[in-house]
Design a protein around this ligand. Structure first.
Ligand SMILES: *[C@@H]1O[C@H](CO)[C@@H](O)[C@H](O)[C@H]1NC(C)=O
Length: 437
């Protein structure tokens, strides 16, 4: 009896199996359909197309494989906004040939931002290019100022892992985080102190995180800029830009290969932020400054290759990190080319650095005491000038240990994850990169 039962059971098994697989396949189909409809409907707020949503889901997938922190609702919502097309496409449907993209990175100083935006509105040639505004945190007043821009294409992006977006978890503060000079073993709290014994402060680390996220996003992630072949100019929310800045920069970048092949970048302002330039009839090559710097993809690749150095250096300042670790690791002095008269001014900080005896431009009741003279309204760089090179300038150099504030392993690894968001080292990366397009 047992022998005759067996085949019957097998037949039943096979039938059951077939039925199950039909049910399974159908179920998968239905689920896929539901998923597609769902992602379609969440994107139908008028501006998102399916391509955006695909890119968005692709980024999410990347995020998971990179151990990026768990996102909250705000973080996810802002990341989705990053997929929106630029504003003002109706007014400026095309970009100038060989345009230089301008990236403005901001936090939350609306009274400063208004001044910067006003200065940009007077820049000759600005309508030929794309302005990308990268936000650290979400602030209505900042949005309103950017939303009012009509003088060029504008693309807003938000750093989705900004500490400012997380109120009770990393990259913000968590309840069990160590504070100040806590002893982690004694207090049973989380965190690694920096070289001076201090634990992380989310407000302090946010700027370096933002800068690094933004660089990776702009060069390798953002659809509007990841294929850009020329220079990209970077400015901050307290940089006043002169009307001749864009035309001067176009001249500098075109002269650079011949006049200063060793220059990594072109700058709008001297590296000494208190200087307005020498006023000579010559170009200047000097150490990289942090006001109005621009460089191309070749230089970005060199910087990106030093992600580890950047992310593990115990200094919360992105610029000092670059000067003390990344640039020295290139093996030759990192010069930038600029004109003899500045086209950008760092303002702000009234009262913060009192007693320096400097007559620095600063802001008071929304008014800035920056003098734009006739000379600053038209390009003032001649292509037949020689280059004056400043050698051995003072400043941060290799060997400097850093000001601290960047000792927590979580910050260091978040930083590394940003470097891997769009370029993973696995064999699948080139394909994924293409799929992303
Ligand atoms: C970018 O700039 C560097 C340094 O000036 C130069 O050597 C390189 O050829 C440039 N790359 C491109 C793609 O233009």
């Amino acid at each position: 009896m047992a022998a005759s039962k067996k085949p019957r059971l097998r037949v039943r098994d096979v039938a059951l199996c077939r039925l199950l697989s039909v049910v399974f396949v159908t179920l998968c189909g239905v689920l896929l359909l539901i998923f597609l409809l769902a992602s379609n409907s969440t994107s139908n707020d008028g501006t998102h197309d399916l391509e955006n949503v695909d890119a968005y889901h692709h980024d999410l997938r990347f995020g998971k494989s990179n151990n990026l922190p768990q996102q909250n609702e705000l973080s996810l919502r802002l990341e989705k906004l990053n997929g929106l097309p630029p504003r003002n496409l109706d007014l400026y449907p095309t970009l100038g040939k060989d345009h230089i993209v301008i990236v403005l990175y901001v936090h939350n100083r609306p009274q400063y931002l208004k001044v910067v935006v006003k200065s940009l509105s007077r820049v000759v040639g600005i309508s030929e290019t794309l302005l990308v505004v990268s936000h650290d945190g979400y602030f209505e007043e900042m949005n309103k100022i950017i939303g009012g821009i009509r003088f060029c294409q504008v693309k807003q992006i938000y750093a989705p892992y900004s500490p400012h977006l997380f109120s009770d978890s990393f990259p913000g503060v968590s309840a069990d985080d160590c504070k100040d000079k806590d002893d982690a073993g004694e207090k049973h709290c989380k965190g690694n102190p920096d070289q001076y014994g201090n634990h992380r402060s989310p407000k302090i680390v946010s700027l370096k995180h933002h800068w690094w996220w933004m660089m990776n996003m702009i060069w390798d992630g953002l659809r509007e800029t990841r294929d850009h072949s020329g220079h990209i100019l970077f400015i901050e929310e307290d940089h006043f830009i002169f009307p001749n800045a864009y035309r001067n920069l176009q001249i500098l970048t075109s002269l650079k290969p011949k006049k200063c092949p060793d220059c990594y970048a072109a700058n709008l302002a001297p590296s000494d932020v208190n200087s307005k330039g020498e006023g000579w009839a010559s170009l200047i090559a000097e150490r990289m400054g942090n006001v109005g710097y621009s460089f191309n993809r070749t230089i970005w690749r060199k910087i990106h290759n030093k992600a580890r150095e950047f992310c593990f250096f115990d200094d919360y300042n992105w610029d000092i990190t670059m000067w003390a670790t990344v640039y020295p690791s290139f093996g030759s002095p990192v010069y930038t080319l600029r004109g003899p008269r500045t086209s950008a001014v760092h303002f702000g900080r009234c009262g913060l650095h009192q007693g320096q005896g400097e007559k620095k431009a600063c802001i008071d009741n929304g008014m800035v005491n920056i003098n734009v003279e006739e000379e600053d309204t038209v390009s003032n760089i001649a292509s037949d000038w020689q280059v004056h090179i400043y050698k051995n300038q003072p400043g941060y150099k290799a060997g400097f240990k850093g000001w601290g504030g960047w000792g927590d392993d979580r910050d260091r690894h978040l930083c590394l994850s940003f470097a891997n968001m769009y370029l993973s080292t696995g064999t699948a990366s080139p394909l994924c990169g293409k799929l992303h397009v």
